[in-house]
Design a protein around this ligand. Structure first.
Ligand code: TXA
Ligand code: MG
Length: 328
């Protein structure tokens, strides 16, 4: 597999052609890097699941270049969902909607719904547009990590995660570090009242403020009954190191905290973000740094607030949990 470090219109065109031929292409989005495959090509999706080591019945998000193609993939779209899409796309938000026949069982994990997102990263936008111009309908892209591991926020991290699992014809597009750093907000739109399934940069307060739509908070118990969302069910987003959200680091341990927090002597400071946005941007890279340094225990002082701090706390909680898998 090749890493394309300078992406031009022409290399993106070639990458789109490669996707259309059934290859996998890892690409940057504003949240995290995704591992893309043609969402209409069963063979390519089988390869995608194998590269990620992901159980086959866990659904994928379909990425589109604009809202224009939404009704090809989704039907009975509630008015509130159209409002959300108009305001927050392109951007770090995924909508779960009733699926059309285009969203096959191999995309939706045989559920009646499909996840759709229009990313804003300029490189992703050009790639998706080019893919559609070449006759493609949508690009399925989970985060470009092995199942259960930390999402990559740089092309190097994608290489570390997946180089052993990609074919020589697959590609990794380097678009620099991701701006947001944690995965998109997922909103369940298959019921009368929308519900946040996975918090992200688009928060409940922001949604209410910009659209007047009141979204329910994530209710994990009801979610586990309703949908298979691996990020919600099992230990996820986890580094090899054990992550502690309380207690004090000792010499040889790692520490992630806002920069106002001092580093005790002998402790490896993995990140010192200045605010919550920077915290989100640096979190996954800091967890990776712990692993590359062979650190066994990472102490994290979680950020507070109702902004992206909610998403950071959600991921931190998941990387400290070791729940048994429900269904595979
Ligand atoms: O920011 C993101 O969303 C990134 C970038 C690459 O777009 N993608 C991403 O995909 O995080 P993935 O597959 O790693 O996580 C998507 C989550 C999974 O937990 C999946 O089960 C859930 O979304 N999901 C997808 N389709 C669903 C559906 N129809 N119903 C419920 N959950 C769904
Ligand atoms: Mg993921």
């Amino acid at each position: 597999m090749a890493i394309i470090s300078t992406c031009t219109t022409s290399t993106l065109k070639d990458a789109a052609t490669s996707l259309r031929s059934g290859n996998l292409v890892a690409f940057p989005t504003e949240t995290v890097y995704g591992l893309g495959a043609d969402a209409s090509n069963h063979g390519a999706i089988v390869k995608l699941y194998e590269a990620k080591g992901r159980p086959k019945d866990h659904p994928l998000i379909v990425h589109l270049s604009s809202i224009a193609n939404l009704d090809k993939w989704a039907r009975e779209i509630p008015e509130y969902a159209i409002k959300l899409a108009r305001v927050f796309w392109p951007g770090p938000m995924t909508l779960i909607l009733p699926r059309t026949n285009l969203a096959k069982d191999f995309i939706s994990g045989s559920q009646d719904s499909v996840g759709i997102r229009v990313p804003s990263h300029p490189l992703a936008a050009v790639l998706l547009k080019e893919f559609e111009d070449q006759g493609g309908l949508g690009v399925a892209a989970p985060s470009a990590n092995r199942f259960g591991k930390v999402s990559p926020t740089t092309a190097d991290a994608v290489f570390e995660e997946l180089s052993g699992y990609l074919s020589p014809t697959d590609l990794i597009l380097d678009g620099g570090p991701c701006e947001v750093g944690v995965e998109s907000t997922i909103i369940n739109c298959i019921q009368d009242v929308p519900e946040i399934l996975r918090p992200g940069a688009i928060t409940l307060d922001l949604i209410l403020d910009k659209t007047g739509v009141l979204v329910k908070e994530n209710n994990e118990t009801s979610m586990q009954e309703k949908v298979r969302a691996p990020g919600l069910l099992e230990s996820h987003y986890a580094p090899n190191a054990t992550v502690f959200l309380m207690g004090n680091p000792k010499s040889g341990d790692g520490l992630i905290a806002l920069d106002s927090y001092l580093t005790p002597s002998g402790v490896l400071r993995l990140a010192s973000p200045k605010n919550n946005q920077e915290y989100a941007r640096q979190l996954y890279q800091a967890l990776r740094l712990a692993d590359t340094n062979g650190i066994e225990r990472v102490f994290v002082i979680p950020p507070t607030g109702r902004d992206i701090a909610l998403a950071i706390n959600d991921r931190l909680k998941r990387c400290t949990q070791r729940l048994p898998p429900l269904r595979k």
